[in-house]
Design a protein around this ligand. Structure first.
Ligand code: BGC
Length: 548
C-alpha cells in the first residue's frame, strides 16, 4: 500500500480464543480452532489478529489475571499450538499480536504466593503497605465489585495494592527485578514469532503519593525502556497501548517530542483512541456531528511513525470514563435503558443491539470506523452483527460463541455444553445471524464490511490522510475529507433519519464503483458515501477545519 510501517495501514481483528472455534469438543474455543478458521480471517481481509489473553489463569478476570506468563491455558492448547497459530497466520500474510498484562498478575501467580511469604527475591514484587490509606487519590476502576484499591493479606499481615479485582495484585515496578521480568516475558513471545503486544492497562504501573497514580513520569520512562528493547531486537514488532485517557494524556504514550511534529515516537507505535468511541454513539443518537468534531479537534498530532487505533466495541463494557457525568447519564438512558445493561462506568452490549439492529446505523458506524483517522479494529462477531446476552456475569455477555452456521452450537463446538450459551434469541440467534448465511447473501453486513476492508486497503488516504471536516449548515451531516498526496476522499455520513441534499463535484463512488457527475446528491437517512474526488473542487473551499 505504501512504504509506511505496516501497522499504520493495517486492519485489526480482536479475537477471543475461547469464543472462536472449539477444535476438540470440550466446549471451549482453542488455538487449534483459530487455526481451523484462519482462512475465514484471510478472506475477510484483516491484517492483524489481536488475541485476548491465553495464559494459564484462574480466570477471575477471564485471563487478564495471569498465573504464568510463559505458557498457555490448558483450555486453549499448548505452546506448540501457539507457534502453529502464528505460522498459520503468517502463511496468509496475517500478523498476530497478543495481550501483555504488565500491571498485575493473578493472586495465584507463584510470585505473589512467594511474596506473601516474604520469600526472596519476590518479597517486593508487589506493592505492600501496613495501611490502606496510601495513594488515596487513585480512583477505583471496577466500581461495581471493589470498594478499595487495597486488600488485606492475612498471611503477610499487610495490605496489597490492586487497581482491578482484588485477585489481581499490582506488580511493583519500582523493583528493578519486576522491570526486567517484563522484558524477559516480551522477549519470550517475540522470539516465538509474535508480532507485538496490546499492552494492557499501562497508565497504572507506578504509584506516587499525592497523585492519581496514572500516567506518571516513571511509567513513561519504563515504557520507553520497553520500546527501546523491542526496537533493538524486534524492529518490526508493534506495541499498542491501552490507556483509557483523554487525547492529550494519551499523546504522551507515543513519546517523541510534542513540540516537534517530525520527531519520531519512542514509546508506543499505536494507542487506542478511547474518547472518540462514545462520541460516535452520541453523535448518532443526537443527530449532531459536534461531539465527534470536537474530540477530533482536541486530538493532538502524533509522531509520523505512529498511528491511532479506533474501535466501536471490544471485549469490555463500552466505557464511559472519558465523557462528562451529564453525558454518561444521557448515554445510559439512551443505550442502556435496563439496569442490567450497565456495568461499572459503561454499557455491556454489543454493536448491533446498541444500534437497534438497524442495518443503516450499523453500516454508518462502521463507515465512520473505517474513514476517520486511526487503524480500525473489528471485534469478532460484529462483522455479522452478533447480539449479546446481558444476563451473563461481568462482561461475558459480549463474549459468547462465534456464530458460524445454523447447526447445533452455531458450528462453534460439538460439545453438549459450551463455556457460555450460544445466542439463541429470535433476533440475534445463530439460526438467523451466522457467517454461512451472510457469506451466501451478497447483501449481508458481512459483505459490506468486507467491501469496506477492500476499499480501505486500496485507498491510503483512509489510513494516512489528513482530516478536514466539512462545514455544513445541517448538523446531522458528518462529512470530512481525507487527503493524502494527490488523493482526496470525501466521506459523507448522515446522522439523522431525514435525507440530506448536498452538492458534490464530479466524483467516483468507491463503494458502488459508480462515476458521479457534478451535481446534487441525496444522502438517505443514516446513509454514508465514500467519494474519490477527481479534480480540485468546491468542497475544498468549504472544508475549512483541518485536523492533524
Ligand atoms: C482489559 C480488561 C481487564 C483489565 C484488567 C483492561 O484494560 O481490557 O478486560 O479486565 O484491563 O486487566
Amino acid at each position: 500500500m505504501s512504504s509506511s510501517p505496516w501497522y499504520q495501514t493495517a486492519i485489526f481483528y480482536e479475537l477471543y480464543v475461547r469464543a472462536f472455534q472449539d477444535s476438540n469438543g470440550d466446549g471451549h474455543g482453542d488455538l487449534r480452532g483459530v487455526i481451523e478458521r484462519m482462512d475465514y480471517l484471510a478472506n475477510l481481509g484483516i491484517d492483524c489478529i489481536w488475541l485476548l489473553p491465553t495464559y494459564p489463569s484462574p480466570l477471575v478476570d477471564d485471563g487478564y489475571d495471569i498465573a504464568d506468563y510463559y505458557n498457555v491455558h490448558p483450555d486453549y492448547g499448548d505452546l506448540q499450538d501457539y507457534r502453529d497459530l502464528i505460522e498459520a497466520a503468517h502463511a496468509r500474510g496475517i500478523r498476530v499480536i497478543a495481550d501483555l498484562v504488565m500491571n498485575h498478575t493473578s493472586d495465584q501467580h507463584p510470585w505473589f504466593q512467594a511474596s506473601r511469604r516474604r520469600v526472596e527475591p519476590f518479597t517486593d514484587f508487589y506493592v505492600w503497605s501496613d495501611t490502606d490509606e496510601k495513594y488515596s487519590d487513585a480512583r477505583i476502576i471496577f466500581l461495581d465489585t471493589e470498594s478499595s484499591n487495597w486488600a488485606w493479606d492475612e498471611l503477610r499481615g499487610q495490605y496489597y495494592w490492586h487497581r482491578f479485582y482484588s485477585q489481581q495484585p499490582d506488580l511493583n515496578f519500582d523493583n528493578p527485578a519486576v522491570q526486567q521480568e517484563m522484558l524477559d516475558i516480551a522477549r519470550f513471545w517475540l522470539d516465538m514469532g509474535l508480532d507485538g503486544f496490546r499492552a494492557d492497562a499501562v497508565p497504572y504501573l507506578f504509584e506516587r503519593e499525592g497523585t492519581n497514580c496514572e500516567n506518571l513520569p516513571e511509567t513513561h520512562a519504563y515504557l520507553k525502556r520497553l520500546r527501546a528493547f523491542v526496537d533493538a531486537h524486534y524492529p518490526q514488532a508493534l506495541l499498542l497501548c491501552e490507556a483509557n485517557q483523554w487525547p492529550e494524556d494519551v499523546r504522551a504514550y507515543f513519546g517523541g517530542d510534542p513540540n516537534d511534529p517530525a520527531a519520531p515516537g519512542d514509546e508506543f507505535h499505536m494507542c487506542f483512541h478511547f474518547p472518540v468511541m462514545p462520541r460516535l454513539y452520541m453523535a448518532l443518537r443526537r443527530g449532531d456531528r459536534s461531539p465527534v468534531v470536537q474530540i477530533m479537534e482536541r486530538t493532538p498530532a502524533i509522531p509520523p511513525n505512529c498511528q491511532w487505533c479506533t474501535f466501536l466495541r471490544n471485549h469490555d463494557e463500552l466505557t464511559l470514563e472519558m465523557v462528562t457525568e451529564v453525558e454518561r447519564q444521557w448515554m445510559w438512558t439512551q443505550y442502556a435503558p435496563e439496569p442490567r445493561m450497565r456495568l461499572n462506568l459503561g454499557i455491556r452490549r454489543r454493536l448491533a443491539p446498541l444500534l437497534d439492529n438497524d442495518r443503516r446505523k450499523i453500516e454508518l458506524m462502521n463507515s465512520l470506523l473505517f474513514t476517520l483517522p486511526g487503524a480500525p479494529i473489528l471485534y469478532y462477531g460484529d462483522e455479522i452483527g452478533m447480539g449479546d446476552n446481558i444476563w451473563l456475569p461481568d462482561r461475558m455477555g459480549v463474549r459468547t460463541p462465534m456464530q458460524w452456521d445454523d447447526s447445533a452450537n452455531a458450528g462453534f463446538s460439538s460439545a453438549n455444553k459450551t463455556y457460555a450459551p450460544v445466542i439463541d434469541d429470535p433476533v440475534f440467534g445463530y439460526q438467523r445471524v451466522n457467517v454461512a448465511a451472510q457469506q451466501a447473501d451478497p447483501d449481508s453486513l458481512y459483505h459490506v464490511i468486507r467491501r469496506f476492508i477492500t476499499v480501505y486497503k486500496a485507498q491510503p488516504a483512509l489510513a494516512l490522510g489528513e482530516l478536514r471536516f466539512l462545514e455544513h449548515p445541517n448538523p446531522s451531516l458528518l462529512g470530512f475529507e481525507r487527503v493524502y498526496n494527490d488523493q482526496r476522499l470525501l466521506c459523507l455520513h448522515n446522522l439523522s433519519d431525514s435525507p440530506i441534499e448536498l452538492s458534490t463535484p464530479a466524483a467516483h463512488d468507491l463503494l458502488t464503483g459508480a462515476d458521479l457527475p457534478p451535481g446534487s446528491l441525496t444522502l438517505p437517512p443514516y446513509g454514508h458515501r465514500w467519494l474519490a474526488l477527481s479534480a480540485p473542487d468546491a468542497t475544498r473551499q468549504r472544508a475549512q477545519r483541518t485536523v492533524r
